[in-house]
Unconditional design. Structure first.
Length: 369
């Protein structure tokens, strides 16, 4: 095998898929079977929900927060959910704004997948632009992009990787990657294995000047939706990666340096399994809280028939105008119902800006633990 020099552009990035013996053995197959079974369970559970937007909105935001934290963009849960209560982007600043852009990028990609039924370069560029809030696209061939060591100390500026570079090189490698991801006849690889392989390849190509990590993690979710392993973006992979960040980067480097595909694929399959388990737990707890809320409202003769209970769970902060419907026709009526729930200890209220916002404390506790 050719020795890899991290200071030279990695233009000889091996094509996909790797040789079968590098990844397909009993360990991989056993973990693949478990991850696939759990993912099918999650998809089935989500399909039974009366309003999947409850979990899409909340879990997508948790994904955005964790993915941004991997890139050292931090915010508190309280700040983040407060930001959601604003209608105007101008009121949201700092890390919370970047995280909300990630969520919007996820939805933009989802809309592309729904319309196109496949991943396209235009879709990936649109996701990246939303993440980074830029009009930039594929990095130009003359841009000397290198990946430097993170952290502190004497080795902080050390080059750890130099992505492919040259006229048309990145575009060619992205075209090959998209063919691998989209063409299941030519590349009949299990979709979960494909996702793991494609994620490495995307990060190794490093097609943009910045934002490749966040964009690549969104692509993992979109790919699972494209392959119909999920219907909606409710898988929260970035949490596992954040908790095992050093291992994540170590195993990525292991493929580049010595083609250690098996350990990388085992890592990604474990990420899927644990993330699904986490997500199912969240869904079950939120669903139980919804039922408890309905019961308390009935016991206290609150207008359950008029209140859209799922709306109370789309995000922890509730604005009265968000509850308006055919049955709740005015803001004042929405405020009255929210105040009644507050009197029962189901919600709390605080002033944000010029208006009062009601806060679903129990939902916030489920989302943040």
């Amino acid at each position: 095998m050719e020795v890899y020099d991290r200071n030279i552009p990695f233009n000889n990035l091996p094509p996909l898929p790797p040789a079968t013996e590098l990844y397909r053995d009993e360990d991989v197959l056993n973990k693949l079977m478990l991850a696939s079974r759990r993912l099918a369970e999650l998809k089935g559970l989500a399909s039974t929900l009366p309003n999947q937007s409850i979990f899409v909105n909340t879990i997508a935001l948790r994904e955005a927060k964790a993915s941004s934290a991997i890139e050292n963009i931090f915010t508190t849960d309280d700040e983040l959910y407060r930001s959601l209560s604003y209608q105007e982007d101008d009121y949201v600043e700092g890390p919370a704004k970047e995280i909300l852009h990630y969520r919007e990028a996820l939805w933009k990609g989802f809309n592309h997948i729904t319309a196109d039924k496949s991943l396209t370069l235009d879709a990936i560029v649109d996701v990246y632009r939303e993440v980074k809030q830029t009009r930039d696209g594929i990095r130009p061939y003359q841009a000397e992009v290198v990946i430097k060591k993170r952290g502190w100390g004497s080795l902080v500026a050390e080059t750890v990787y130099t992505p492919p570079r040259g006229k048309g090189v990145v575009e060619k490698k992205m075209a090959e990657l998209l063919e691998f991801m989209n063409d299941d006849n030519k590349y009949p690889v299990d979709p979960l294995l494909k996702m793991a392989m494609a994620h490495y390849q995307f990060e190794a190509i490093h097609p943009f000047r910045d934002g490749n990590g966040r964009t690549g993690r969104i692509l993992c979710i979109l790919f699972l939706i494209q392959k119909r392993l999920l219907d909606l973006p409710i898988l929260y992979l970035s949490s596992y990666i954040l908790q095992n960040k050093d291992e994540y980067y170590q195993k990525l480097s292991g493929i580049t340096g010595t083609l250690l595909w098996k350990s990388w694929i085992l890592y990604m399959l474990e990420a899927v399994s644990q993330t699904v388990e986490y997500t199912i737990d969240k869904i079950m707890r939120i669903r139980a809280l919804m039922e408890k809320t309905r019961t308390v409202m009935l016991d206290n003769k609150l207008p359950v028939g008029k209140m859209d209970i799922p709306k109370l769970f789309e995000q922890p902060y509730i604005r009265p105008k968000n509850l308006k419907s055919e049955k709740v026709k005015s803001i004042n009526t929405a405020k009255k119902y929210l105040t009644q729930m507050e009197s029962l200890g189901m919600l709390s209220k605080e002033k944000i800006g010029k208006e009062f916002i009601w806060f679903n404390t129990d939902l916030m506790a489920i989302l943040t633990d």
